[in-house]
Design a protein around this ligand. Structure first.
Ligand code: SF4
Length: 430
């Protein structure tokens, strides 16, 4: 596999399966994000989200933070790592924002890094999240996961950043940062990567060389095999046995190798197949289409009854303005004239409100209605609300599904394997 193919496959996987990838830090404006990211250095987002609500309430602006002092701020953030330094950084940062930037958060990396407490990683996060710049913030997760996958061969975060930027298409750089972080946080863990449940095994250099290549017994040292926690051999027992005599050591190592080599690839391969199965609609082809009525992005009420004698493409998507949903909508827009020629009406449905739909439709000049199903009535009537997997976490959400309703109001097709990039063509090819 070439490096280009590896990048392309991994990006495609994330684009299709993780269309929504955002920071897990809580914030409502650029100032809050900057403060939260400064605090998050060597600390968990969860912990930061516990302290920031009160901090933001009492110090909502650069002015109020600058008017405070580090001792006061310390009391708000004492449970995060390095509270002394971070308290000083926050107050000094707020003062510099006031003095040099009229309280505006700069958008350029070289300006951002001048702020106290802001390193290259923090600057990249702010530039990408707030200003949508193709900046790649490399933290410990991004660094580790990129190296393991074989996307980078880096010894420093800067090398990692440069290599990732070089190969990831500009429009995906900011999201790729979150893909890699979340993958590292929930699946490709530092000590024990969950390869058995990871969907990236086919393209992962670490998995291909360290796990699959165990079929070549000499590819891993006996030490590595002993240290591998997934082996069924008890580590302490094994090390004790190894230290006995040369003969015992040889026997033990041979035994470890044999056990691991015989069992481990099979075990992991089996587990890898036990992938999470997402919820799928219970509606069947031939069913009468459930009735619906909802407001579109222009505040007009749209009902199934409005389209008697027409074919309807009723497509359910997770969220406006996310990469996968944008690709899907634009693909339908691209084929719109052909779809209308075939007597199709296109209707999108998500739980976003009318305002969000309006922004989305205007931004991409979508020629069709997006229905605001904020209370999930249509989504549940079509049974597309259910368990999904997102970076190892399972949660409830909209399952991307398209229903084709014929002129008589009957479900004629159900598409669950939506190809977002070419969904219009996918429908025309039915
Ligand atoms: S296969 Fe394993 S090492 Fe590779 S990305 Fe997945 S969890 Fe990480």
């Amino acid at each position: 596999m070439t490096l280009k193919e590896r990048y392309s496959s991994i990006i495609n996987y994330f684009r299709t399966n993780v269309p929504i990838a955002e920071t897990e830090l809580h914030y409502t404006n650029p100032f809050e994000l900057l403060v939260a990211v400064i605090l998050s250095a060597q600390c968990t987002d969860k912990r930061i989200n516990q302290v920031t609500p009160k901090l933001f309430k009492d110090f909502p602006t650069a002015e109020s933070l600058a008017a405070s002092d580090s001792d006061t701020i310390f009391n708000y953030i004492r449970s995060v790592s390095y509270p002394n330094n971070k308290a000083k950084h926050l107050v000094n940062m707020a003062n510099m924002l006031l003095k040099d930037y009229h309280s505006n958060i700069p958008s350029e990396i070289n300006e951002l890094v001048k702020l106290p407490g802001v390193g290259r990683k923090t600057a990249n996060v702010v530039a990408s999240v707030i200003y949508h710049k193709p900046a790649m913030a490399v933290d410990t997760h991004v660094f580790r996961v990129s190296n393991r996958l074989g996307l980078t061969k880096a010894k420093t975060p800067l090398q990692s950043e440069q290599q990732l930027i070089k190969h990831i298409p500009k429009q995906y750089v900011a999201t790729a940062h979150h893909w890699l972080i979340l993958h590292g946080r929930y699946t490709c863990l530092a000590r024990q990567p969950k390869c058995e449940t990871c969907a990236l095994t086919s393209w992962c250099q670490y998995f291909q060389t360290k796990i699959i290549n165990k079929n070549a017994p000499h590819s891993l040292s006996s030490k590595k095999l002993i240290m591998d926690k997934s082996t069924t051999i008890n580590k302490k027992e094994t090390i004790k046995k190894v230290s006995n005599t040369k003969e015992t050591k040889a026997k033990t190592e041979a035994s470890v190798k044999k056990t691991t080599i015989q069992k481990e690839p099979k075990k992991i391969a089996q587990k890898a197949e036990n992938k999470f199965v997402a919820h799928s609609t219970s509606i069947k082809i031939g069913n009468k289409a459930p009735d619906f009525s909802a407001k579109n992005q222009n505040g007009e009420t749209i009902s199934l009854n409005d389209f008697k004698g027409k074919n309807i493409v009723l497509y359910f998507y997770p969220k406006d303005n996310t990469p996968g949903c944008t690709l899907e909508a634009c693909s339908l827009k691209d084929e719109y004239q052909y779809l209308t020629k075939q007597n199709y009406i296109v209707l999108g449905v998500s739980a976003d409100d009318e305002k969000m739909h309006k922004k989305f439709a205007e931004k991409y000049e979508l020629p069709f209605s997006l229905l605001a199903d904020t209370n999930l009535t249509i989504i549940k009537a079509y049974d597309v609300w259910g368990k999904k997997q997102f970076m190892g976490k399972i949660f409830d959400g909209i399952i991307r599904t398209t229903f084709i309703i014929d002129e008589k109001g009957t479900i004629s097709h159900i598409i669950t394997d939506v190809k977002t990039k070419e969904h219009g063509k996918q429908i025309l090819g039915l």
